[in-house]
Design a protein. Sequence first.
Lengths: 348, 549, 412
Amino acid sequence: MARFNAVDLVLWILRVGVLAVVVVGTIATLIADRYTAAQWFDFVMFGLTIGSIYAQIALGYTMVYGVLRLINFAHGDIVMTGAFAGYFVATPLDRSGFLDAHPVLGMGAILAVAIITSTSIAVLTERIAYRPFRRVVGLAPLICAIGVSFFLEQTFRGMFGSAVKSYPSPSWQRATFAVGGFNVPRVDVLVIGLALVFMGVLYLIVQRTKMGTAMRAVAEDGEAAALMGIDVNKVVVFTFILGGAMAGIAGVFYAFVYKQVYFFMGFTPGIKAFGAAVLGGIGNIPGAMLGGFFLGMVESVGPTLFLDGLGIPAPYQLRDLIAFTLLIMVLIFRPQGLLGERMARKRA
Amino acid sequence: MMRRAVLIGLAFGAGAVHIAIVGVLLMLHQRWIVIDVMTLGQAALFLIAGGAGAMAGRPLTGLVAGAAAAVPVAALAIIMNTVPLQWMFIALSNDLFQMLTLGQGLASGCIILIGGGALAGLLGALWRTAPALLRRAIGPGLIAVTVAGVFQELIQLMLQNYEGPVSDLREFIYTWEGLSPQGALTIFLVVAACSEIFGSIWRRRAARLEVRDHRRERLVWAGLALAALVLLPAVAGSYVGQVLMLVGLYILMGMGLNLEVGLAGLLDLGFVAFFAVGAYSTALMTADSPHALMHLTYWEAMPIAVLLSIGVGVLFGLPVLGVRGDYLAVATMGLGEIVRVIVQSDFAAPLLGGAQGILQIPKPSLGNVLLGNPVALFYLTLVASAVAAFVAWRLENSRLGRAWMALRDDEDVAQALGINLVRSKLLAYGLGAAFAGLAGSIFATMLSSVYPSSFQLLISINVLALIIVGGMGSLPGVVLGSIALIGLPELLREFGEYRYLFYGAVLIVMMRLRPEGLWPSDVRQRELHATDETVALDAGTDALPAQPR
Amino acid sequence: MRNILNILLAAVGVVVIAHAASAATVGPVTDPLGVIRIAKGAPIQIGAYWVLSGADTALGLDEKRGVEIAFKDVGGKVLGHPLKLNAEDDGCNAEGGQTAATKLAANPQTVIVLGPACSSAATPGAPILWQQGIVNICTACTAPALTASTRKPEYDGFARTVFSDSEQGKADATYVHNVIKAGSVVTIHDGSPYAQQLQQVMADNFKKLGGKVLSQEAIAPTDVDMHPLLTRIASEKPDLIYFPVFTAAAAQILRQAKETPGLEKTKLMGGGSLLSAGFIEAAGPSVVGFIIGYPDLSPEAMGKGYPKFVTEYKKDYGEAPISGYHANAYDGAMLAIKAIEKVAKADKDGNLYIGKKALRDAVFAEKFEGISGPIACDQYGECSQFKPSVLEFNSADPKIFGVGTNPKKIWP
């Protein structure tokens, strides 16, 4: 068993090393005292904003993985389809002045079109690309999902071009709130607040409705659920509808905060959001939300808090490094995620 | 019956509309197969309608299906004529409209379109019932003409290297712009006749052979194809050499990942990290630049680079030893991204060059001969691949290889059987990394420079996709997969914009129609067929989700 | 087995020996690097490699159009032979440059090669071409090392009709220090060789002029959330942020900087990679007032032919120039054509012969008044004269993009 001890030693060194960097960096940054309280508050707000979007995307991953044990690699691209659909509604609405005059109605229309588009594409994807693999063990489903991801991205690039398109920025989004002496952009508060509302609705659907219960049953044990008379196909389609709708909403919010739409925009947030789902404990809906917010915070605050004090040049270039290190540390030391996974069987 | 035909036709037609909307159709249309006779785009539309007809079956239903396939395309033309859509769909240009209606105006254009579709559908349906004699001649003839037309630039490049009769032949078949009608006709007749004659001889022989001999035949053919591949660059010149060299690098990486995924079942999406380690360590040891740590020759640096890759592979494997399945894919992807971010960062720039990369990496030399051109480097890659293939082949049948397979099938059982999990897994990572490190080392000297942007996640995905398309756990599969996924897109560079569109489509179709890959390993094929039988047995619970292994 | 091995070795030998440029006498021409024979009526094939796919397509396409107009201006023919442009896509990266250059070099009829747009593609590409004795006239790659006095002999066949980044960075630093009178700057790059180099040169020169570089930050080109970075920069209170990065990331920085408390008075400046209608589209209303440093393209500073060129461009492609290197590309093509005209010799049957070494020397010796200014190569292949300018965007409507109108020249 000596070898196992050697492995443990390495893991301990890793654990201590990462912890030491974080602690030393944090203390050094705080001692240097370069940032005001308002700036720290801003860092947190930015983190929560991007985190709320990660959280919504992560929900789609976590539900599909819970039910199908499939990493829906194309989920990030479904987010992109929603953002594009929203763009083609938002631009004419903005040009005609409607979006400025009727913010609620305008946003409603944009969200509706985005949700319809992303949901239909999600369901179509499931029908064409994933359903045939329901009983296939191994890598084929994952590869097929990668294929779907490429196909969606490139189809949208071919249709709408590779240039970056820009979401409108109506005046009511540009105002700022004053919260306890700090200024907060209104669009951030809006996005975080609405994201929480939508996620709450989703949670209720999964917990309280019949379909949601069936979904949880399939996630727990597919065979037993089928024997109990649950129509597994219906449940899967329902899962994709929920995930697709959340993706559509996330796409529109993402585009309203960051303004840019282009064919590749879903890829990186998609991967990060999957990380967030794992972080929170896969299959676990509150876990995915927590994971998303946590990842967003770490990405926003981390480079400054951990690395600035160590004198590392250009810390924001290492943002992904921090995110992925966090993910790997969680996978190694707490593979069930922060809140624990909700799947009865041992992982694949 | 008719309803089915119409539905098939509409589905194919939807496919045609898709390629029109994303811009592929117009791009194909700009490429002649035969100058002034037929473009690739027209051929594609014809093929789609013909495919619908062939699928529908009988001549009459084929006719209907073909016409139905043309209907969505005609509808697209009508919509384009009435509503301006180009502000949204950039590919719906006037050129596309002209192409769809053959420049005849809307009404007659649509009639021609549907008529042509019906004709194509009829031909497609007839094709299925046509006598074998005819099919054997016409099929290869048409394929040969298409290949000669589509790859005209490449073939002309090759032929230009020679004078005399070859040059005369080229001038007879090709103009500077493409395949001439008389050339196309000649090629068609020659190939059709050849395939007819040789085909019948071949079949007569094949009828006499035993089943076991068939396998031998297959091996002989594969050997011949391989030999042709080996000699091709020497005959065809440096461009083909360059493309085959890239294919070779991916074969190397594919064989490495095959050890990890195909044999040991460790899904690794961070494979590019080892490739980067090989490339950067070679650069740091040989380059004539301020970043160089020492000045070794390539032959001294390469083994060290490979050893370093093994070391990194083991280090990489250590923390993720306990992570399994899909989680492992995510963890390794994270590790791969971490390596890329570090290589690119300003933080590591004093050592690794950061965004500017490392330049002035010398080419290797053999004795007095500098391996400076792609063809020479191709042979270097080839030798490396051959050595690697031998190693991989021996590993597969070794004690370690069997341990890996046991690990892949069930980790717990493997451990219970006394297999040392830690050792086997780390060896899988280390040895897999060695292959990628070797590929990276050759890559660095091929480019004479390394840039961090060369080590994207996409490379890991490409390698994974190619071993799966080729056939998991199968060495010939890796070769086939590289040729199909790396070589072909390189040769069709001008369609480069749509490379990943086709790529995605190929992955989906491949996984649906032939999940075991183009050339599956025997073990794997048996396994899959065994699964088929189980599926057939419990077809009653068909709608169940996949259960984890 | 033995036999196969022998054949293989022989093949390797043949290939290795056969593939370098070597002295030859063909027809009336003798040349130490070889001679290209163009049969009567056959086209003169001019190779090119640019980025023609992906996000930076406008950059390469603009140059391709410049070359096409140049071909048209000489009537599509040189010495009675039609001109044929074989343009390859290099994807703006090293692997793409390598493959494209290999393909062009493999064509024995390639007389000369234009392009690429990206220095990372030129770095592996140019030596491959020169190994076959083919001259490469680059039309937009601006890395200083390519024409530095320390460059290796394998770059002897490389010349460019575009200025070096070291000039641009110096000009930007001078402008920021002397005209804007900024005392402190922060630079941002995106990990691309172009941006990293340009901001480094700018920062070095700015320090030399007595300014203060507070920090040199970096991002990934796909980053969208710049708020934390900008908040961090705001804590340093710079007078100017210099970020010569590419479209998507630059638009995010520009937009989000306007929303960041503490950066209200900070000036923002970008680089030539942002000179496109796509950038205006991506950045939206925040683009107004944004400045970029760029060589002077105004008619006064350019050669006399430039206005006519722009008219022709608009007529042929239905839009104003879509990026910033069309004039350099036009001049590159003209340089190639003039050199070919000087060197090529015809025999009595109408076949044309071009000596490769002679062509290289002719390119380096050529002097003429181009549309981007006077063209004359120094011994390291730098052929253009650099005239700095600063352009300012004044409208957020991508439809009225035009170099000289939006963005408009504000200096000198």
